[in-house]
Write a protein that binds this ligand. Structure first.
Ligand code: BJW
Ligand code: ZN
Length: 248
């Protein structure tokens, strides 16, 4: 008898839960979708536009050079939303997985800090941190949690130059230590979980392929199809906040 869609999801959950229990080395890659249920808009979803600008128009060094104030207004708005947001059951499930599995590595493209706030201790941040700022002149990096930012935008460093968010924009390289750790964790994983990312932004999206080539099994958690689905061992179609807790 053919299984209906609900039975297929249930089966996959059971199977994946068993695989997670048995694997000694697991890596997870998360994207904006894991924070969606916390009320943080994703980049490419229906609410992905801010004042009619796409992330590709704002998250670039060129956009910042042209109009630093506009780019900072976007970040200031996002910092405000994220400050009020709470980690959801998806973040909490990954923090729990880290506690249960010594060989677990969490790699995230997110800059919102919600994994840290959920209790994950060992988060590899590929695209930086929204709560750090970097001077475009002297290069100094400091924490800045002011919401909303006071004074003129862009905020200024002590040295007088403009500060920028310490995040990775299009065309910029990822922080080398984080990238190295992500590559290693992906290459040695037996199971690679891809959660809440459209998997269109590289090099992060390539980690799943790195893992697969090294023999890992691949699981996707996303309510929408992604380019990685065809090569995955499990595709769980649904929200991370509902599905991840059921994998524990
Ligand atoms: C849910 C859900 C729920 C919803 N539960 N899921 C090869 C080909 C072509 C281009 C390139 C290439 N290699 C590199 C490039 C260039 C470029 C790139 O990839 N471009 C593509 C867009 C084509 N990459 C780069 O430039 C990178 N650097 C680089 O390659 O350096 C080397 C180099 C140097 C010099 C020259 C050339 C190369 C840097 C990329 C930096 C990305 N930065 C951003 C901004 C970070 C700071 C900030 O937050 O402001 O990172 S852009 C934005 O996209 C952000 C995200 O981390 C990233 C990925 O987005 P994500 O997380 O996947 O979000 P969405 O919105 O796309 O998807 C959300 C998903 O959630 C959806 O699938 C939903 O269905 C799902 N979802 N609800 C689970 N409840
Ligand atoms: Zn400075």
């Amino acid at each position: 008898m053919a299984l209906g869609p609900i039975a297929v999801v249930e089966n996959s959950i059971l199977e994946l839960r068993r695989a997670l229990e048995q694997a000694s080395s697991i890596a997870a890659l998360t994207g904006a979708g894991i924070s969606a249920e916390s009320g943080v808009p994703t980049f490419r979803g229906p609410n992905g536009l801010w004042r009619n600008y796409s992330p590709e128009q704002l998250a670039t060094p060129e956009a910042f050079a042209r109009n630093p104030r506009l780019v900072w207004e976007w970040y200031d708005w996002r910092r405000g939303l994220i400050r009020k947001a709470q980690p959801n059951p998806g973040h909490l499930a990954l923090a729990e997985l880290e506690r249960r599995k010594p060989g677990f590595t969490l790699v995230t493209q997110n800059v919102d800090g919600l994994h840290d706030r959920a209790g994950s201790r060992n988060v590899v941040k590929l695209h930086g941190d929204l709560w750090l700022v970097q001077c475009t002149g002297c290069g100094a990096v400091e924490r800045n949690e002011e919401v909303p930012l006071q004074g003129e935008l862009p905020p200024r460093c002590r040295c007088g130059e403009a500060l920028r968010p310490a995040v990775v924009w299009f065309g910029e390289s990822l922080p080398e230590p984080a990238w190295e750790r992500a590559l290693q964790a992906s290459g040695r994983s037996e199971l690679f979980l891809v959660v809440g990312t459209s998997s269109v932004v590289y090099p992060a999206a390539g980690l799943a392929e790195v893992a697969r080539r090294a023999g890992a099994r691949l699981a996707i958690v996303n309510p929408e199809p992604t380019p990685l689905d065809a090569g995955a061992d499990w595709v769980l179609r649904g929200p991370a906040g509902e599905l991840l807790p059921r994998l524990l």
